[in-house]
Design a binder for this molecule. Structure first.
Ligand code: 4GY
Length: 256
């Protein structure tokens, strides 16, 4: 009988590629080179290819925007440079073109999980008053909003998606956090965290955290997470993953 593989199973070779279309390509690197994302890019698990839409503009001034048909304030992003930039991208097998705008489907952790199953996400960042509608019709397979507010451009939204999705790619979070169910704590808000000093401005660290009793600590954290979620985001409790004991605890809290 051959000996079973003794090495710990290595993560499957799955890398994620993001292609970002923007007229401000320099906005990305300052964020992407730091922290776990910086490490993931260094390791080659995550690749971010930033494409300057202006490189695909024609004419003397390489304009990427023009005046809106029908009149009105501001400028609209021309379709041709974006269309050409998209065509220049080498497409992987499982690939999705996404438009970032306040009119899109709301981004959340569930959507981050769904997007993490792709090999390639192509993110179009709008500016000015918006993008020519034909890009939506012809190219964008999905439109995503990161929240109900208006940004000056889609770039921060693209970074939000790159960050949240990358964290779910195997190997991006190292070691102890690689149990990425923790990425949203079973659908609950986080429990309170403490570090040294033990007393700060008269406030003490909860006794249980100093007890060394890991089972008690785990239960306390779950209860605190449930309390906090009920107070601040009761809507999340519908989807949360609670065991028998935790559901009882929640019922008690609700009665009070
Ligand atoms: N919110 N979620 C958002 C945004 C800026 C005009 C189209 C958002 O994703 N993107 O506010 N984007 C607008 C600015 C052009 C994008």
């Amino acid at each position: 009988m051959p000996r079973p593989e003794r090495r710990i199973k290595k993560r499957e070779k799955k890398e994620m590629r993001f292609d970002v279309l923007t007229i401000f390509p320099d906005m990305f690197s300052p964020y992407l080179r730091h922290g776990v994302l910086g490490k993931a890019i260094e390791k080659g698990i995550v690749k971010v290819n930033v494409i300057n839409i202006r490189d695909f503009a024609t004419g003397k001034h390489k304009n990427t925007d023009d005046r809106p048909y029908g009149g009105g304030e501001g400028m609209v992003m021309k379709p041709e440079p974006i269309y050409r930039a998209l065509k220049s991208i080498e497409r992987k097998e499982k690939s999705l073109v996404i438009l970032l705008s306040p009119q899109g489907e709301r981004f959340d952790q569930d959507m981050a999980w769904e997007l993490s199953s792709y090999d390639q996400l192509i993110l179009i960042c709008g500016r000015y008053e918006g993008i020519d509608e034909r890009i939506r019709i012809l190219c964008a397979k999905k439109e995503i909003s990161i929240g109900d507010y208006i940004l000056s451009g889609g770039e921060p939204a693209a970074l939000v998606i790159i960050d949240a999705v990358s964290r779910l790619i195997p190997g991006v979070l190292g070691g102890e956090m690689s149990n990425i169910e923790e990425s949203f704590n079973n659908g609950l808000l986080e429990y309170p965290q403490y570090t040294r000093p033990r007393v700060f401005e008269g406030l003490e660290v909860p006794e249980v955290l100093l007890s060394g009793n890991h089972e008690e600590i785990r239960k306390w954290r779950r209860r605190e997470a449930i309390k906090r979620t009920l107070e601040r985001r009761p809507d999340l409790l519908e989807k949360a993953n609670l065991n028998e004991e935790e559901r009882k605890f929640l019922e008690e809290l609700r009665k009070r």
